[in-house]
Design a protein around this ligand. Structure first.
Ligand code: S3P
Length: 183
């Protein structure tokens, strides 16, 4: 049987708090639609040859954010548009918000800090998710930024990755960003 494959008309950026499922949903969609996906933190770690937590330890959050902006601009400018799962703090920088809004379609995966905490198995890799009370505050502060830049908002509470990916897929098709092609 002929498999239906898709292509993107522009990059799709997944944003949301740590533990929202950005990477898992982007990966799932990539598999089912035959499109490439990239995780910003993984890409950044390969590019820098260092783990995110070590970058935080060496140059702090500000230093990390500068590298992150560079990586975002690089990924947004690729010739073949990608599914990009962004780091949870990408919206904290104005320049990043401008890149997201101008260059792609932005999907905000909403999650509470409490649910995120139960999803993240290894918090040692997340320097900004050490304490639940602080994570709740951080998520609350960021929510207007996530909402402000989002084209699509999807609630993830209590839902599986495949279910979220299916919803995102049909919304992206409706937006005309995910287009069928025959192969
Ligand atoms: C961060 C989220 C992390 C990573 C870094 C900072 C944040 O990415 O970029 O630890 O500020 O929320 P994930 O959202 O993929 O965990």
């Amino acid at each position: 049987m002929e498999r239906e494959l898709y292509e993107l008309s522009r990059p799709v950026f997944f944003i949301g708090f740590m533990g929202a499922g950005k990477t898992s949903v982007a990966r799932r969609l990539a598999r089912t639609c035959g499109i490439a996906s990239v995780d910003m933190d993984t890409y950044l770690e390969r590019r820098e040859g260092k783990r995110v937590k070590d970058i935080f330890a060496e140059v702090g959050e500000e230093g990390f954010r500068a590298i992150e902006t560079d990586v975002l601009a690089e990924l947004a400018g690729k010739d073949d548009p990608l599914l990009v799962s962004c780091g949870g703090g990408v919206v904290c920088v104005e320049e990043n918000r401008a890149i997201l809004a101008e260059r792609g379609l932005v999907v905000f995966l909403r999650v509470s800090a409490d649910e995120a905490a139960s999803r993240i198995s290894d918090k040692s890799t997340r320097p900004l998710f050490q304490d639940l009370e602080a994570a709740r505050r951080r998520n609350e502060e960021r929510t207007p930024l996530y909402e402000g830049v989002a084209d699509i908002i999807v609630d993830t509470a209590g839902r599986s990755v495949p279910a979220i990916a299916r919803e995102v897929e049909s919304l992206l098709e409706k937006e005309g960003v995910l287009c069928r092609r025959q192969k």
